[in-house]
Structures are given as C-alpha cells and as structure tokens.
Design a protein around this ligand. Structure first.
Ligand code: GDP
Ligand code: MG
Length: 219
C-alpha cells in the first residue's frame, strides 16, 4: 500500500514535469536544473553566468526551504527571478516549478535556470521538466562524493567541479573524481571551474550555448 502511494506521487510529478517541458518548449526556453549539496556554489555560479550569457533573456527559479536570500543576490542580474520556498521540502517538485513558470513571461526568456534545493539525494529523484541536468560538486566537499551519491551523478548532463581555485590548498584529487565518474556516468562532460577566479567559465558558457542549439534555438 505504501509503495503504491509513493509510485502515484512520482507519477503525478512526472505528468506535471511533462507539461512544464511542453510549456517551455513551445515558448523556446531551455531549462536547466542545477543540483548539488548546499554551499557548493550554485548561486555564485549563476551570479557570474547570467551577466555573461544573456542577462535580458535569462530567468531563475530558486528553491530553498526558507528566505529570499538567493533571489535577492540574483535580482538585477537576470530578467526575472522567482524564489520558491519549500518549507520542509528537500527538493523542488514539478508542481512548484509549474507555479514558478506562471510568474515568468516565458516568451521573453531563452534560458531558465532552476536552482534546486541544496541536497545530494532528493532532487535527483524528481523530474521538473528541465532539458538538462547540471550537477555541481565543489572541491570543498571532498573528492569521494561521486561514488557515495551515484544517484545524483548518474543522470547528470554535465558535471561542474566548482571552487577549483581551492584544489591545491585542500589537497584535492580530481583523479579520484574522474575515476569514479567513469564508473557512474561516462557520458557527461566535466568542467572544472571557479566562480571566484573565472577559470572554466568560458567552457561552461560554450556548453550552455551548445545545449540551446541542440534544442533548436540559438542566441
Ligand atoms: N573560493 C571559492 N568560493 C566560492 C566559489 N563559489 C562559491 N563560493 C563560496 O561558497 C559559498 C557558497 O556559495 P553559494 O553560491 O551560496 O552556494 P549554493 O548554496 O550552492 O548556492 C559562498 O561563501 C561563496 O562565496 C568559488 O568558485 N571559489
Ligand atoms: Mg544558492
């Protein structure tokens, strides 16, 4: 009985996610779901990405349990920013994203960045209707997390090794991360980057533009 309830909740989420994807496709929006542990640098990356990419044509839906702090950091950088507070929820749901989409003028947007709630388990289980899954792993979290949290990394379309400016001081082994990724997800490209130093940002911007072309749009 319990299992049936869980299945039906996920099925309901998937149906709403399909509708979200259809809405965004008909408006020509590329949607990216950013997932990682709290503090790995999702908002900092968006602060650098959006001004360099398409500030007038980007929007953000940002999920946190409480506060509008991330929306405040990003407002003024993107054309539109909506904060979603999940209360006790450890991930965004497709329904919350659907409500978020209602707040945006989709026809004016090319890139929609969905900053998921910081968590390495729950977000990966919930389709939001995104086109691409972006998984961040910061150097500060340690080099052993890919093998420990494979469900996060397996469906990633790109893996961003963030805060790479800290690698040396932390004695970080990127080799271990690449070895583990080869077991878990050999499809996703890996970009080493730092929102602080700017290293890797050009490669990340190029990847974003390529994805937009892949869904039939150019910027
Ligand atoms: N050294 C360094 N610190 C960073 C970098 N990116 C983010 N941070 C810091 O990491 C902390 C968490 O970043 P934030 O963007 O809020 O993470 P989020 O919770 O994933 O959105 C902040 O203190 C940032 O200044 C980076 O590339 N290098
Ligand atoms: Mg954030």
């Amino acid at each position: 009985m319990k299992i049936n309830v869980v299945e039906s909740v996920l099925k309901a989420n998937d149906a709403v996610a399909r509708e979200n994807r259809r809405r965004m496709e008909s408006a020509g929006v590329l949607a990216l779901n950013l997932m990682s542990a709290p503090g790995s640098g999702k908002t900092a990356l968006l602060e650098k990405t959006i001004p360099a990419l398409a500030p007038q044509r980007s929007a953000v839906l940002v999920g946190d349990l409480q506060t509008t702090r991330d929306a405040e950091r990003l407002s003024g950088l993107a054309a539109e920013v909506t904060q979603i507070n999940t209360g006790r929820g450890c991930h965004l749901s497709a329904t919350e994203v659907s409500d978020g989409l209602d707040s945006l003028r989709l026809e004016h947007i090319d890139f929609l960045f969905i900053e998921n709630v910081g968590n390495m388990v729950c977000p990966a289980a919930h389709d939001l209707g995104e086109h691409r899954r972006v998984v961040l792993l910061s150097v500060a979290e340690g080099d052993d997390k890919v093998a420990k949290y494979p469900t996060l990394f397996r469906p990633a379309d790109v893996v961003l090794l963030t805060k790479i400016d800290l690698a040396e001081v932390l004695g970080y082994s990127t080799r271990r991360v690449y070895d583990d990724l080869a077991q878990v997800n050999s499809r996703a490209p890996v970009i080493e980057l730092s929102a602080r130093s700017g290293e890797g940002l050009e490669a990340w911007l190029a990847w974003l533009r390529e994805q937009r072309q892949a869904v039939g749009k150019t910027v």
